[in-house]
Design a protein around this ligand. Structure first.
Ligand code: ADP
Ligand code: MG
Length: 379
C-alpha cells in the first residue's frame, strides 16, 4: 500500500508540474503585462526537460518586435533526475555551497546555466541564440527561424529537408569544419564542454550552424567533462561521416571527417607558441588522418574509434541509474574525485564506477517510474 500511494503521488506531481503550471503562467503573464513580450505564439518543441515557444517581443518604438524563443524548463522531478548526472562534480556545489534539494530550485538553476552558457558561447564568437532575459525557469533568447515561427532546421533534418541545401560531400565537409572548429573554440576559449552535442542540438540558420541547448554544458574541469566530450565527439563524427557517405563521398568519408578519437584530440590539444587558427589545425589533423589511413588502413582507425565509444558510454550510463538522493550522496560525501588529465581518466573512472555500483545496490528499483516518464513526454 505504501509504495503504491507513493508512486501515485509521484505521478500526480509529474503531471501537474508540467510546463504551464501556475508559476509558469504567472511569469508569462507578467512578461506580457509588462510589455516585454507582445505575443506568445505556438509551441516550437516539447521535450522531456523543456518546452520552447515562439514569441514576439515588444519594440520600444511600437513597431514589430523581434522574434523570441521562450524556453520553459520543466519543474518535474523527472527532468531533475535526468539532469542530475550533469550536476555531479559541478564546481559551484563544492564545499557545501548551494545544495538545492528542491526540484524547483534545480530547474531555475538549469535555466540560469543555459543563460550564462549562451553568453559564454557568444563571448568567444560561437554562433548561438542570444540570451535576452531570465525569469525563474523561463528563458528568453533570440529566435532562429522564420518570422512565422517555424524554427530553423536541426542538422538531423537537413538531409531530408524539403529544399535540401546540402547534397554534396563538399557541402557536408564545410559544415563539419564549422562544427569541429566551434567545438575546439568552446573547449579552448569558453572552457566548456557542451555535454549533449549532436545533430539534434545544432540548428542551420542564415548559412551558419548554431549551437543550442547548453543548460547542461559543463566547465572543462568537471570530473566527467572529458567523458561527455568523448560522447559529443562520437555523435558529431558518426553523423557527419554518415552524411558524407550518403552524399556520394563514400570512400572519402574518412578523409573528410575525423574519427571520434581524432576529433577529441583536436578539441583538447594544447598548441604551444603561435595561435594557429582552428581551421588550420583541423586541416592538419585531417591530413594526419589521411596519412595514417594510407599507412595503416581504415581498420586501424575503426578499432581506435570503438574504444572511444565504449569509454564515452560508460560513465553516463552508470549515473543514469542513480536516483537523485544517490547522486547527491555520492557526490556530497566526497566519494567522487575529479580526474582532470586525459591520462588519469582510466583510474578516475574505475573509482567512480565502483562508487556508482555501491549506490545502485541501495537504490529502490521501483523508483525509476518509466510510466510517469512517458506521460511527461506526451504533453
Ligand atoms: P531540449 O532540452 O528540450 O532539447 P532545446 O534547447 O534543444 O531543448 O530546444 C528544443 C527545440 O526547440 C530545439 O530542437 C529547436 O528545434 C527549438 N529551439 C530551441 N531554441 C531555439 C531558438 N533559439 N530558436 C529556434 N528554435 C529553437
Ligand atoms: Mg535539445
Amino acid at each position: 500500500l505504501v509504495p503504491e500511494s507513493r508512486r501515485k503521488d509521484k505521478q500526480d506531481r509529474a503531471t501537474v508540474e508540467q510546463v504551464l503550471d501556475p508559476r509558469t503562467r504567472r511569469v508569462l503573464s507578467k512578461l506580457l503585462r509588462n510589455g516585454v513580450l507582445r505575443a506568445l505564439h505556438g509551441c516550437v518543441a516539447t521535450g522531456k526537460e523543456a518546452n520552447v515557444y515562439h514569441a514576439r517581443a515588444s519594440a520600444p518604438e511600437g513597431g514589430d518586435g523581434r522574434d523570441v524563443a521562450v524556453k520553459i524548463f520543466k519543474t518535474s522531478i523527472l527532468a531533475f533526475k535526468d539532469r542530475a548526472k550533469y550536476v555531479v562534480g559541478e564546481r559551484r556545489f563544492q564545499g557545501g555551497y548551494a545544495k538545492p534539494r528542491n526540484p524547483r530550485k534545480m530547474v531555475k538553476l538549469w535555466a540560469e546555466k543555459e543563460f550564462r552558457n549562451l553568453m559564454r558561447l557568444r563571448d568567444v564568437g560561437i554562433a548561438c541564440p542570444q540570451a535576452l532575459l531570465l525569469r525563474d525557469h523561463v528563458l528568453l533568447m533570440s529566435f532562429c527561424g522564420d518570422t512565422d515561427g517555424r524554427p530553423a532546421p536541426r542538422l538531423c533534418e537537413l538531409g531530408r529537408a524539403r529544399a535540401d541545401p546540402f547534397s554534396t560531400a563538399d557541402e557536408w565537409s564545410a559544415l563539419y569544419t564549422e562544427v569541429a572548429a566551434a567545438m575546439r573554440r568552446l573547449y579552448q576559449r569558453a572552457r566548456l564542454v557542451h555535454g549533449d552535442l549532436s545533430e539534434y542540438n545544432l540548428l542551420y540558420w542564415q548559412q551558419k550552424v548554431y549551437f543550442i541547448d547548453v543548460s547542461q554544458s559543463m566547465e572543462r574541469d568537471h570530473p566527467y567533462a572529458l567523458d561527455f566530450l568523448r560522447r559529443d565527439c562520437h555523435n558529431v563524427s558518426a553523423f557527419f561521416r554518415a552524411q558524407v557517405e550518403r552524399s556520394g563521398g563514400g570512400s572519402e568519408a574518412l578523409e573528410r571527417v575525423l574519427t571520434a578519437r581524432r576529433l577529441f584530440e583536436y578539441v583538447v590539444a594544447a598548441v604551444e607558441g603561435s595561435e594557429e587558427s582552428e581551421a588550420a589545425l583541423l586541416a592538419t589533423a585531417l591530413r594526419q588522418q589521411r596519412e595514417a589511413l594510407q599507412s595503416g588502413g581504415a581498420a586501424l582507425l575503426e578499432t581506435a574509434d570503438d574504444e572511444v565509444v565504449f569509454e564515452a558510454a560508460y560513465i553516463p550510463r552508470r549515473l543514469d541509474e542513480l536516483d537523485e538522493e544517490d547522486v547527491e550522496r555520492v557526490y556530497y560525501d566526497g566519494m567522487l574525485r575529479p580526474a582532470n588529465a586525459f591520462e588519469e581518466q582510466r583510474g578516475g573512472r574505475e573509482e567512480a564506477g565502483r562508487d556508482s555500483e555501491e549506490s545502485v545496490a541501495t537504490t529502490d528499483a521501483s523508483d525509476t517510474d518509466g510510466e510517469t516518464e512517458s506521460s511527461a513526454a506526451n504533453d
